[in-house]
Write a protein that binds this ligand. Structure first.
Ligand code: ADP
Length: 624
């Protein structure tokens, strides 16, 4: 298997989890692989497909995804094809005719096609030994991506079984919730599957949350500081996309935009501009991304906080698929929580659900929003927070995220916390954060006077403290569940089950204030950046990995890659990933044989591109 990995994909080792999944498939056992975005699911079925006799059918939800995967496979020397609605009828007939002749090792197909006469005819005679279901959560009605066509998978496998040759069935997804997991096993007809949840950690990703005073400015500074690098900027709304994109373009940044309000054609064009590196930056709503396999995305910047950790990790996970260092930066503002709440409350739901079900869904959504808000406000290790959320217990700080890199000063705010709680109690747990802050800081707001809250004991008690500090205290109280925030339209602060903690003499409520320069360069405390911090302008990719000569060579290799990609009309990352180019800059191969030692260079790519890239490297060497 390792030999196949090197020969076709040019990689030396399997990533965590890949080997186990592959071994299981090879032993003839069904599997369900749950791995985060970018962890390398495709290899888990592509390697067995190459090792096994017969053909592998891959069920995949998206046309762009299929096209990308098939192009990449053919580049790697694997005969693969896709069959979906982007082909004309005669192209489809041709593909099936070739398939019948066993021309393809791997066929990607849209789920709806499994239920067509042409496919029935094909599967009558075909030797299908493996069926792989990509984005398998689409079979579940629990998620937002339900796709009825996925229900055809089970029937297709049964048909083959009735003919006496049941293929191995393997399914892959990044969604790990229990409901979806159960659905996948049941609805796809997985038989006693080996269910593997592989490490959710993506070591090459650097996580950071920032609260810039001016998000536009922060975004611009970040993007211009990472010039030439490919990045995605996610906004919550179409208007947000328009504004941010316009601002970037006005400052000379080659940025494209993508949201559901644009025509299909415009979206496709913009997506291609991004994929082909004609425009390195794309500003988009969450409509963008599923099936985007671009491996050299060096950063994902969230202009707004998303609605759940699931969404965040999936979107952020689109950075650094090639394994090279990449940034995931979230620009947070408290307003994001309110906007998201509004969006969730006004979300269109399917008509057939009852009012009770609607309420249940909303409650679940708001709970997820809460978890996301905690991520955005925590001062603890961000990676630890993410991994714990996805069920991996870890107690170690990662020392590779914005919070671990920041210098925090810890403050004991237990007394302030008590005052806040007293105030919540005094207003009978019937008001929200703004009212509590107003009372504590002694505001003369008309509402406060009208309610007579200026006569409360806690009125003006914390007038000396800045509002952001008190908000931090409230965040800490919420995290400790000493207070809870109701899920109403106008959320109210109430005492929570953690209230008892305050009775414990030894309990300390701590907040951290930070002294650091942010990744976006919006210095919060003005302290010099820590050595080894990842916020340099050169960016995630840059200086730490390469010296100046290396960087110059990288640029030359990148130009060569762009030229070749243009000639062949494929996205540049299909020729070689950034990681492969960086590896070339570090290893300086002098012969084709040495070139084969570069990560991402397999036999087929060596034959195709080895010489051309070697020439660039040798030429640069002469010049130094
Ligand atoms: P997923 O489908 O899980 O989101 P992909 O299958 O697209 O992820 O893989 C992400 C990237 O990781 C791809 O560029 C792929 O070539 C690369 N990759 C996969 N396995 C390995 C490996 N063992 N070593 C190095 N890179 C790998």
């Amino acid at each position: 298997m390792k030999h196949l990995l090197k020969q076709y994909f040019g990689y030396d080792d399997f990533r965590p989890g890949q080997k186990k999944l592959i071994d299981s498939i090879m032993a003839g056992r069904d599997v369900l692989g749950i791995m985060p975005t970018g962890a390398g699911k495709s290899i888990c079925y592509q390697i067995p497909a190459l090792a096994m006799q017969g053909t592998t059918i891959v069920v995949s939800p998206l046309i762009s995804l299929m096209k990308d995967q098939v192009t990449a496979l053919n580049q790697a020397g694997v005969h693969a094809a896709y069959i979906n609605s982007s082909l004309t009828e005669s192209q489809i007939s041709m593909a099936f005719a070739n398939a019948k002749k066993n021309t393809y090792k791997i066929i990607y197909i849209a789920p709806e096609r499994l239920d067509t006469q042409q496919f029935y005819d094909y599967s009558e005679t075909a030797d299908v030994t493996l069926v792989a279901v990509d984005e398998a959560h689409c079979v579940s009605q629990w998620g937002q991506d339900f796709r009825p066509g996925y229900l055809n998978v089970a029937a297709f496998v049964t048909r083959l079984e009735e003919k006496g040759k049941r293929p191995v069935l393997c399914a892959f997804t990044a969604t790990a919730t229990k409901e979806v997991k159960d659905d996948m096993v049941c609805m796809l007809g997985l038989r006693d599957p080996n269910i593997l949840v592989t490490g959710f950690d993506r070591e090459n990703l650097y996580f950071a949350v920032e609260r810039p005073k001016d998000k536009m400015e922060a975004a611009l500074r970040y993007v211009t500081g990472h010039e030439g690098e490919s990045g995605i900027i996610y906004c919550n709304t179409r208007n947000g996309v328009e504004d941010v994109c316009e601002m970037l373009v006005a400052h000379g940044v080659p940025a494209a935009k993508y949201h559901a309000g644009m025509s299909n054609q415009e979206r496709m064009e913009n997506q291609d501009d991004f994929l082909y590196d004609r425009k390195p930056v794309i500003v988009a709503t969450n409509a963008f991304g599923m099936g985007i396999d671009k491996s050299n995305v060096r950063y994902v910047l969230h202009y707004n906080m998303p609605q759940s950790m699931e969404n965040y990790y999936q979107e952020a996970g689109r950075a650094g698929r090639d394994g090279g260092a990449a940034h995931c930066v979230l620009l947070y503002a408290p307003k994001d929580t309110a906007t998201n709440r509004f969006l969730l409350e006004n979300k269109e739901t399917k008509k057939e659900i009852t009012e009770e079900e609607r309420k249940e869904i909303l409650e679940r959504d708001l709970q997820r929003l809460k978890v996301m808000t905690f991520y955005s406000t925590t001062k603890e290790c961000l990676r630890k927070y993410i991994l714990n959320y996805f069920g991996e217990t870890t107690h170690m700080d990662c020392h590779n995220c914005g919070n671990c890199d920041a210098d925090f000063e810890k403050h004991d705010v237990t007394q302030l916390g008590r005052q806040v709680v007293n105030c919540v109690y005094e207003v009978r747990q019937r008001f929200g954060i703004n009212m509590i802050l107003g009372v504590l800081r002694g505001s003369k707001n008309a509402k406060i006077i009208r309610y007579g809250f200026d006569r409360l004991k806690t009125y003006g008690k914390l007038a000396d403290y800045a509002e952001p500090t008190l908000r931090q205290v409230i965040d800490a109280l919420l995290q400790e569940e000493i207070l809870i925030q109701t899920a109403d339209q106008y959320p109210v602060l109430c005492l929570g089950k953690g209230y008892a903690k305050l009775k414990d003499e030894e309990f300390l409520l701590m907040i951290k204030t930070e002294v650091r320069k942010n990744v976006t360069g919006d210095g919060a405390g003005g302290e010099a950046e820590k050595a080894g911090g990842n916020g340099q302008a050169k960016g995630a990719l840059g200086k730490s990995a390469l010296d100046d000569a290396g960087f110059a060579l990288f640029e030359k290799l990148r130009q060569k890659r762009l030229a070749l990609a243009k000639e062949e009309r494929v996205p540049p990352y299909i020729v070689f990933s950034d990681k492969a180019l960086i590896d070339m800059c570090q290893k300086h191969p002098r012969t084709l044989e040495e070139m084969l030692g570069v990560s991402g260079v397999g036999a087929s790519k060596l034959e195709k591109y080895g010489k051309v890239f070697l020439e660039v490297i040798l030429e640069a060497k002469k010049g130094t």
